[in-house]
Design a protein around this ligand. Structure first.
Ligand code: HGY
Ligand code: MN
Ligand code: MN
Ligand code: MN
Length: 394
């Protein structure tokens, strides 16, 4: 059976950005393993793979599991991929021990979740659930999403693979690493997810005037980077003052012309804000607009563009309660917790009963090459998922 290491690029960070060569290789490999396992494989227009074991009695009743195959830049080996390969392992376990299910079992490898290459998030699960995606959006190199998508999907037309968009499932369970410190700090084996944080992502564009670093007097500059630094520090202070559990992150910045002896004329930077409370996200979005408006100058203008918004999402109570009972029966130490990371489950929860199972992240690290989870913990998550799918589909 496939292991995480089979798809990991050694110890360096993972760079499976959607539709990149490493993404194509990984999604192809997942499809090939599924075909070898005897699953039927369907790929949709966005490159998401749906791998089914048709139900013997109720094939139109679909019990699904899965996660996303893409990573952030310099990401870890487990975020997303663990839910895909762990789901495949759970289905293989059931085929070996229980034979064919009464209801269809579906493993989903979503094309893109991170929003790390193009300015939108969850495009795989959004496409599956009928949301509109801006196909004309471009990545930092000016490549269009639609061109990258078509080129990559064409390479997934392996023998035996159908091209279609399947119906939605009756339940969806996502197996995922916690990506935070709570389980590991409290020596707990399993996390059962009650809700998923809401998030909003923005790009702030600061337009100044590029000029000579040596000949331009200090009081005659329109330095876009100096203004960006002012905006970031003021917004960080406001986020701290709110003291409301809001997370505020500036993760990406582009400086133009990015040359040591030129005053920056143009700077863009991203803001990622998260909270379990929509009102706090609303309030802070207003603060972003206020702070930017207060810092407009004749020669330096700044604009705000919100390009991603996902709502605080409550997950299914019954599925969680069933998984709690199973975790207790299997003797796992567990807790119920809200997720500080976003997940495809918050998109799937809009259309079907959805739940998540977490396993611990060593040192709480994620979105970095050091992301790691112990082998035993990985197997505990698969064991609980196997039993959860067994209860639903057999
Ligand atoms: O950014 C997140 O929270 C998730 O890992 N995509
Ligand atoms: Mn993830
Ligand atoms: Mn992630
Ligand atoms: Mn509830």
């Amino acid at each position: 059976m496939a292991t995480i290491n089979d798809l990991s690029e050694g110890e360096i960070g993972q760079n499976r950005l959607v539709y990149s060569p490493t993404w194509i290789e990984a999604q192809k490999q997942v499809i090939q393993w599924a075909l070898k396992l005897g699953l039927t494989v369907t790929v949709d227009d966005f490159g998401t793979a749906y791998m089914d074991v048709p139900g013997t009695d109720h094939p139109d009743q679909v019990i699904a599991t899965g996660s996303h195959i893409d990573t952030v830049a310099q990401g870890g080996r487990f975020d997303g991929l663990y839910g895909v390969l762990g789901g495949m392992q759970a289905i293989e376990n059931l085929l070996v021990t229980e034979g064919h299910p009464k209801e269809t079992l579906r493993l989903i490898s979503f094309s893109e979740e991170e929003g790390s290459r193009f300015p939108d998030t969850f495009t795989g699960s959004k496409h599956y659930t009928g949301a509109k995606i801006n196909l004309a959006m471009t990545d930092p190199d000016g490549i269009h999403f639609d061109d990258a998508r078509q080129t990559a999907v064409a390479q997934l037309n392996l023998p035996g693979v159908k091209h279609d968009l399947p119906d939605l499932p009756d339940t969806f369970t996502e197996l995922h690493i916690e990506q935070g410190p709570r389980l590991i700090d409290h020596q707990l084996q399993i996390g059962l997810v009650t809700a998923i944080v809401g998030q909003r992502r923005f790009t702030i564009t600061v337009k100044g005037i590029a000029n000579h670093a040596g000949t331009t007097p200090m009081d005659e500059r329109a330095d876009a980077l100096e203004m960006a630094v002012t905006l970031i520090s003021q917004l960080r202070d406001q986020a701290h003052q709110l003291d409301s559990g809001l997370t505020f992150t500036v993760g990406e910045m582009h400086i133009s012309p990015n040359t040591s002896n030129v005053i920056p004329g143009l700077v863009t930077f991203t803001i990622d804000t998260r909270s379990n409370d929509e009102q706090i996200l609303d309030n802070f979005e207003q603060i972003i607009h206020q702070v930017v408006a207060q810092h407009q100058e004749p020669k330096i203008t700044s604009t705000v563009n919100r390009w991603a918004k996902s709502d605080v999402t409550h997950l299914d109570d019954q599925l969680l309660a069933a998984n709690q009972k199973t975790a207790d029966k299997l003797g796992f130490s567990s807790t119920q917790l809200a997720s500080g990371a976003g997940h495809d489950s918050q998109i799937m929860a809009k259309v079907t009963r959805t739940t998540m199972i977490f396993v611990p992240s060593i040192d709480g690290i994620s979105h970095a090459p050091e992301e790691n989870t112990g082998q035993v913990d990985l197997l505990h998550g698969v064991e609980l998922l196997t039993e959860s799918l067994h209860q639903q589909a057999y």
